[in-house]
Each structure stands twice: as C-alpha cells, then as structure tokens.
Design a protein around this ligand. Structure first.
Ligand code: PMV
Length: 359
C-alpha cells in the first residue's frame, strides 16, 4: 500500500476513537470450529447491558511500515497476557486492514465487571477493539460505509479474535453461522435476527450467579479443539441446528416453556461435550448443580418463568422475563447461598455497542 499524504497528515496528528461493546450470552451454543475460525454450527445469543468493555485507541504514524506497534494498558496498567492476545489478534488482521503496518496503536481498555468475576470477557474486549479498528480505517481511508457494511465488517474482524465476539457488535438477539431459517446468516459474520420476539423476550433479564471466580481449568480455545476428535461432534452440530429452529419458533410464539427447555438443553449439551471429550473435564462446580436443582424444584412448585444457561464455566445465567422480576428476585435471594461471596450481577438484554459515551 502507498501512503497518501492525507493519510500521513492524519496519522501525524493522531486518529482517535473509542467504543463500548457488551458481552453476550449464547442460548444456542457455538462449540467447535471448522476452517479458519468458522463455526461448526450456528449459534444465537443476546447482548447484555451491564457487562461491557470500553476500548480507546489512538493511531499514530509508524513510517517504518513494520507495524502495528502496540502499547496496551488494561484498567490503567500494563497487562502482559492480554497484550499478547491483542498482538496475536492484530497479526491475524494484517491481511484484512491494509493500514495496520503503518501505525503505532495506543490501546487503553477496561471492563465494567470485575476481571476476577469469571465472566468471559473476550467477546466484549475483541468486539470493542474490532469496532475501533474499523472506525480508524474509515477515518484514514475516508471510506463511507453504510451501517450494515460497517457492522458486518466489524463482526468479521471480531470473529478472528474470538468467535463469540462477532455476535457482540449488535444489540438484541443475534445469530452467527449459516442457518436455513435465518435470512442472510453467514459463517463469516453475525447478523441481527430477522424476526420479532414476543413480549416475554423483548426485555429479558439475566442475573449472573457467580459460583466460582477461579480461572478456568481448560481454556475455551483448548476445549473447542477437543471437538475436532469428539465422537459425538456430528450429532451435536445437528442438534444445534434443530435447536435454533425450535428456539426461533418459541421466541416468535412467545412460548416460555419451549424457550426454557431448548435453552437448558443447549447449556447441558455444551457441558456434556466437555465431559465426554478426550480428555474429559468438568467446569461445573457442586454449587452449579445445587442451583440447577433449586431452580427445577422452585419452578415446579411456584410456576415461575425462569430458566438457566451456562457459559464455558461454572456460573449460572438465570434468565427471566421482565414481568417475572418480583418472583425471580425471591428465587435469586434463595440462590445467593450458592454464590461465591454472595456475588451476582443483575443484567438484561441490551442495545449493543456505542461510541457516544466514551468519556
Ligand atoms: O468465543 P469463544 O471461542 O470464547 O467461545 C465461546 C463459547 C461459548 O461461550 C461456550 C458459547 C458461545 O456461543 O458463546
């Protein structure tokens, strides 16, 4: 690439941007890859509101063209493990963003949730960074993209940092991976759903019950690799396709019971895949099961519209419609005994990333 003088002028001044991007919680789980960071099955998630990453980036000229050079701080401090992940991510992006060799990037990042909380932060972190990088490209090359092109490009880039991050560039419910029931769905990027969920799901809430805040024994990357040789992989990928169709129907028909049974089936199938990998491993903790049993019992007794899902970790996401909040909070008070230090995060579906509130 030849640098235009305008490009150099802009970079000498420094080009700055900042994005806030949310974590998301998958209802239909992505677990297993094909090709280059493509999903072996489609997934569906919704964006959260309270759990997010804010990332500020300043790009300056690196005339040597051997970049990107990177200075990274997390919550005001140097953080070597995160810096390594970011450098690896940026290397992946060299074929996609022509300007990268010519910049020195100062990246400052921070999360709204405690880092030790055991919440997967890669989706919010990688999507926030992807959005800043596409925004900088727009400014440097003076390209005008419509919103759809902008977010699809950001999603495609975010995917290369962390699969689930590609779903975090949108608010509401999002699908990643080709699926016959979702128009324009793609393995390369996520898309917002092409249908309107019923009112039970519009303002769905998610209380994250923090069972254990220790770092995971097996990383998501290592776990996903084990799906390559998994004896049940084919059946699992087919199950996810069928479950996504069922979940779509339940969202449209405002059918909480089907939604709950599909969502819980997905969570338990994800953990079943982990347990039956070779070597197998268990990320659930005794209190994860105590919570599941308690939810099952109380839901039957009191007919509460609640259900749970799990990430690749021991924490429980308790999902409920907004109108069920009072009853759900009573149940949550009973579940507090199983949370590490009584910790939980009250979250809900969110409207997605923004760059307005980056002060
Ligand atoms: O994005 P990764 O590689 O960290 O994988 C995320 C996998 C799950 O969180 C377990 C499921 C999902 O679809 O988000």
């Amino acid at each position: 690439m030849t640098l235009s003088s305008n490009f150099k002028d802009l970079l000498s001044e420094g080009v700055r941007t900042c994005w806030r991007s949310p974590a998301n919680i998958a209802l239909i789980k992505y677990w297993g890859k094909k090709g280059h960071q493509l999903p072996a099955n489609p997934s569906l998630s919704f964006a959260l509101t309270e759990a997010y990453t804010i990332t500020r980036v300043e790009a300056k000229l690196n005339a040597a063209g051997d970049g990107p050079r990177v200075s990274f701080t997390f919550e005001g401090e140097r953080n070597q493990p995160f810096a390594l992940k970011i450098e690896e991510f940026l290397k992946e992006l060299l074929p996609h963003l022509d300007y990268l060799p010519y910049v020195s990037l100062t990246i400052e990042s921070g999360n709204s949730f405690p880092h030790s909380a055991g919440i997967a932060s890669s989706a919010s972190a990688m999507s926030a960074l992807a959005l800043t990088l596409i925004c900088i490209e727009q400014q440097l090359l003076d390209i005008r993209m419509d919103d759809e092109t902008f977010y699809r490009k950001a999603s495609n880039i975010a995917r290369l940092g962390s699969g689930s991050a590609c779903r975090s560039v949108y608010g509401g419910y999002t699908v990643w991976g080709k699926h016959p029931d979702i128009a324009e769905s793609s393995d390369n990027y996520a898309v917002p759903i092409d249908f309107t969920p019923g009112n039970l799901f519009e303002n769905i809430k998610d209380t994250i019950l923090l069972v254990d805040q220790e770092p995971k024994k097996v990383s998501s990357r290592a776990g996903q690799q084990l799906m390559n040789y998994h004896p049940f992989a084919k059946a699992r990928f087919e199950q996810a396709v069928t479950n996504l169709s069922k979940l779509k129907k339940s969202l449209i028909e405002n059918d909480w019971d089907t939604f709950a049974s599909v969502t819980e089936n997905e969570a338990l199938s994800l953990h079943a895949m982990m347990m039956t990998s070779s070597p197998g491993y268990i990320l659930m903790r005794p209190n994860t099961l105590n919570i599941v049993e308690h939810i099952d019992k109380k839901r039957k007794q009191n007919h509460i519209k609640v259900c749970y899902t799990l990430d690749a970790g021991p924490n429980i996401h308790l999902l409920y419609p907004e109108e069920e909040t009072e009853k759900a909070l009573q149940l949550i008070a009973e579940l507090k005994q199983y949370c590490s230090g009584g910790m939980m995060i009250h979250d809900k579906i969110g409207s997605g990333p923004e760059n307005k509130h980056c002060k």
